[in-house]
Design a protein around this ligand. Structure first.
Ligand code: AMP
Length: 576
């Protein structure tokens, strides 16, 4: 019998996976990504685009771009594109056709048997429409299964000792709660509830409006007056949200594009997780009523739940996980990647129906987080613990010193904030970096783990193309005890580690500010009045003594003082 795949045909993204030889593997698309945007578009001359290419041109070609078509499945809606009108099934079939082609490209053979997932609340008509889309794309649909059921399958929860499973699925635009009951290895959906207008995008929107206010206050500019500027801030906010899922603070540096009659402005800001959580607390609370209602409908209590599993990218937010812990008095199961868990479960179901999966299926995950050492002895994560492999991640780093021609990369694994508390896996050096002022070199660091757990780390200077790297195959060689110990130590030391990290970050920022003020003084001394020079000198020496004293609060105060001296000078210059 040929191979069979599992497809999570999502509202914003679709994912495809296969279960083979005891492993479940997410299949990358032609662009090298594991998630394919569920977006369809046509160019003016009728050229069809699907996935990232369609998404990337959406703002320039909104009239011929279709997204979130899943919301229309099963309805009689006709979607106008380029003078024709398409059914939701036809649009979905285009997305499935791309998935089919990508699978063929990756596996080297055509796969036509598939299991597709749908939300648990999908009606018969919506399920039939999904099946029809699959057939149009040339698939033989083996079964349509519910997304929470697929997630539970991926977690291997079809066991007799587990009776009730609660699934929270918080995606980009929707929140679904499902309560499943397991009996004889089969899942029965006891209750579903949710909010079709609540998702991670709403968390972004809050950050956008916070930044909008700050930019208005500090720079007197309204980001909404310029579509490109707004788009820049929007993308930055999604990045900040993701960073705050793994870090206590997110630093942004955003050079916003110039507008007619206005200079370009640079936004530099630090947003703490606490501020983000305060801004979004009311939305977090909106997860509670649908959950209570689902429990009520299923005639169960929180204490009856044997497992809580989290699905959807937005459940990575620590506040969501903490809320689950508070409501159910147990830690939610978060071992699997919440973006991929549904497709993995669908793949297992496809494997079972196909006869290629008999019993145990292993889903490989990174046992600990992986990252590199950055300034001040800090550990910067690129891949979080429990990410399913294969996986790749990249991030741009910059030079910490002026004219730095060599960068050392120390590759680490662990859960602590400081390098010294984690395990070093190896190091390498990137040389021949062009001489540039601090912060101006751009080095892209890529972490890639293949199906066998082999980690390849590379760094490339983007101006010159110069690159270096290292191959490490020890990522999986830790024992279960060592992993548990590393995780437990990180939990015990979380507060102290977080404090230490923020102290170091404060001293790095203070140091940068001192250097910038000294450069300004040096470069413009002759144009500055004696009073201004004296003020800057005083600010610098205050900041230097705070830095030497090592007290964060004193550094923050001195930095604020120095920043306001520099800002007032700038204002005077602008007015002059
Ligand atoms: P999904 O529809 O499941 O793909 O979920 C997409 C939503 O998850 C978007 O709002 C993403 O911004 C959000 N998301 C993805 N990764 C993270 C993360 N690490 N932290 C917070 N939100 C995330």
């Amino acid at each position: 019998m040929g191979k069979a795949i599992g497809i999570d045909l999502g509202t914003t993204y679709s994912v495809v996976a296969i279960a083979e030889n005891g492993h479940v593997q997410v299949i990358q698309n032609a662009e090298g990504d594991r998630l394919t945007p569920s977006v369809y578009a046509e160019s003016a001359d009728g050229h069809i685009m699907v996935g990232a290419i369609a998404k990337n041109q959406a703002s320039a070609n909104p009239g011929r771009t279709v997204s979130s078509v899943k919301r229309l499945m099963g309805s009689n809606a006709r979607i106008p594109v380029n003078g024709r009108s398409l059914s939701p099934q036809e649009i979905s079939a285009h997305i499935l056709r791309k998935i089919k082609a990508d699978v063929k490209r990756q596996l080297g053979e055509d796969v036509s048997r598939a299991v597709i997932t749908v939300p648990a609340y999908f009606s018969d008509a919506q399920r039939r429409a999904t099946q029809e889309a699959g057939k149009m794309a040339g698939f033989e649909i083996m079964r349509i299964i519910s997304e929470p059921t697929a997630a539970a399958l991926a977690y291997g929860l079809n066991r007799s000792d587990i009776q009730h499973i609660l699934v929270w699925d918080l995606g980009g635009g929707t929140f679904d709660v499902s309560i499943l009951e397991v009996g004889d290895g089969l899942f029965h959906v006891r209750a579903v509830n949710g909010d079709t207008h609540l998702g991670g995008d709403d968390w972004d929107a809050r950050l956008i409006s916070y930044l909008k206010q700050q930019i208005l206050k500090i720079h007197d500019r309204d980001i909404e007056s310029n579509a490109c500027m707004f788009q820049q801030v929007k993308e930055a906010c999604e990045r900040i949200k993701r960073e705050l899922s793994v870090q206590d603070e997110s630093h942004i540096f955003l050079p916003l594009i110039a507008e007619p009659n206005h200079d370009a402005i640079e936004i530099e800001m630090t947003i703490s997780r606490q501020v983000f959580e305060d801004l979004t607390q009311d939305m977090l609370n909106m997860l509670i009523p649908p959950t209570r209602q689902a429990l009520k409908d299923a005639e169960l209590t929180p204490a009856d739940m044997n497992r809580i599993i989290l699905v959807g990218g937005a459940t990575r937010m620590p506040a969501v996980r903490r809320l689950a812990e508070t409501l159910f008095q147990q830690s939610p199961d978060t071992r699997l990647n919440p973006d991929e868990v549904v497709a993995m479960g669908a793949a297992i179901q496809a494997g079972v129906l196909n006869g290629s999966v008999q019993d145990v299926v292993l889903i490989d995950v990174t046992p600990l987080s992986l990252g590199i050492e950055t300034q001040g002895g800090l550990f910067t994560r690129l891949i979080s613990r429990n990410t399913t492999i294969p996986v790749s991640a990249e991030r741009i780093f910059t030079n910490a010193e002026d004219n730095q021609t060599v960068m050392d990369f120390n590759v680490l694994q662990g859960e602590r904030e400081m390098v010294r508390d984690n395990i070093s896996l190896g190091s390498f050096q990137l040389t021949d970096i062009p001489m540039l002022p601090r912060g101006k070199a751009h080095v892209e660091v890529t972490f890639e783990i293949d199906v066998n757990g082999i980690l390849q780390v590379s760094a490339q200077e983007l101006h010159t193309g110069e690159s270096a790297g290292i191959k490490i195959d020890a990522v999986h060689l830790l024992s279960g005890d060592q992993i548990n110990r590393a995780v437990a130590e990180a939990a015990v030391n979380a507060i102290a580690d977080g404090q230490r990290r923020s102290e170091i970050e404060t001293s790095i920022q203070t140091n940068h500010l001192i250097q910038a003020a000294e450069a300004l003084l040096f470069g413009t001394a002759r144009r500055l009045s004696k009073v201004s020079r004296r003020k800057i000198h005083a600010g610098i020496s205050e900041a230097k003594s705070a830095l030497a004293g090592g007290q964060s609060e004193a550094m923050i105060n001195a930095s604020q003082e120095l920043t306001s001296v520099l800002n007032s000078l700038q204002e005077n210059c602008e007015r002059a």
